[in-house]
Design a protein around this ligand. Structure first.
Ligand code: IPD
Ligand code: CA
Ligand code: CA
Ligand code: CA
Length: 270
């Protein structure tokens, strides 16, 4: 994508994500309609849907030739990432949104012919906007984010991961993961994949391991983490598809091989 086009889309997307954030803040303390999706803990609200509708309307009015992949049903059914594709999660961390009214974000990743060009993650309540343009660095509000320190030993790493890694699961033997958490400095669980990616980019987390993420959970984060020299792959170190769900590792480059090797020891064959 040429830089003028990248800049034009970046400016519009920034305007719309801030507008969507204001919209969420204006409604979030009023009554929400909460329903469930695949299981009793897979929650969604009318505000998740309405925010996605607002964003998709803006995109479709201004860029009728662009495509959209999104969580709540207003997107397109795509089989590839040809052309310009917006990958949207209107509220990432819906459970936090409902229970805590904080620790959730709007996530927008923009790809062109399979390449991540723009990423925005907006912490709506904290009013913190993480952003990146491919080749032009990443920012927290107006402040440029530093390149990640390439010398973090695993023993001093803070890794975000949830507790399901330590229960019996289909991916990695829980004993291996129990050893893993004892071999690092600490773990954290924030409950919003997008914010966990943003914190890796900011360098306040050294990595994030997730069992099963969707394209809209990670699309923006990948672009932002890339711009500070971080790496994102499947937990086996393979390239990600942004058309399916995957188990994901995003981290400081100095840790990637070691974490993948560690996981390999307990990896279950599926
Ligand atoms: C979820 C959050 C959560 C992650 C889940 C995602 P949602 O997204 O990112 O942290 O563990 O896998 O589905 O449903 O709140 O947008
Ligand atoms: Ca959801
Ligand atoms: Ca999500
Ligand atoms: Ca969501």
């Amino acid at each position: 994508m040429d830089k003028t086009k990248q800049n034009d889309i970046y400016t519009k997307a920034k305007e719309w994500i801030i507008e969507a954030g204001q919209y969420i803040r204006s409604r979030m303390y009023k009554e929400l309609k909460v329903t469930t999706k695949s299981d009793p803990n897979d929650l969604v609200t009318d505000l998740d849907r309405d925010t996605e509708r607002l964003l998709t309307q803006r995109i479709r009015q201004t860029y009728p030739n662009h495509f959209i992949i999104s969580e709540e049903g207003y997107g397109d059914k795509l089989t590839d990432l040809k052309g310009t594709v917006w990958i949207i999660d209107p509220i990432d961390g819906t459970m936090n949104f409902i229970h805590q009214k904080r620790n959730f974000a709007i996530s927008i990743g923009i790809y062109h012919d399979h390449v991540g060009e723009i990423g925005f993650i907006y912490d709506v309540v904290g009013d913190v906007l993480y952003s990146a343009k491919r080749g032009l660095g990443a920012f927290k509000n107006e402040r440029p984010l530093k390149r990640l320190d390439s010398n973090v030993p695993l023993s001093q790493a803070m890794i975000a991961m949830n507790h399901f890694w330590l229960c019996e699961n289909h991916l990695v033997c829980e004993k291996t993961m129990q050893k893993f958490v004892r071999s690092i400095r600490g773990t954290r669980t924030y409950g919003s994949a997008a914010l966990e990616f943003a914190y890796v980019a900011e360098g306040i987390l050294d990595g994030y391991l997730a069992i099963n993420l969707s394209p809209w959970d990670v699309a923006a984060g990948i672009v932002i983490v890339n711009e500070v020299g971080g790496l994102t792959t499947t937990i086996d170190g393979d390239a990600l598809s942004l058309l399916t769900k995957s188990p994901i590792l995003t981290c400081n480059p100095s840790l990637q091989l070691e974490i993948i090797q560690y996981i390999k020891k307990g990896r279950k064959v599926t």
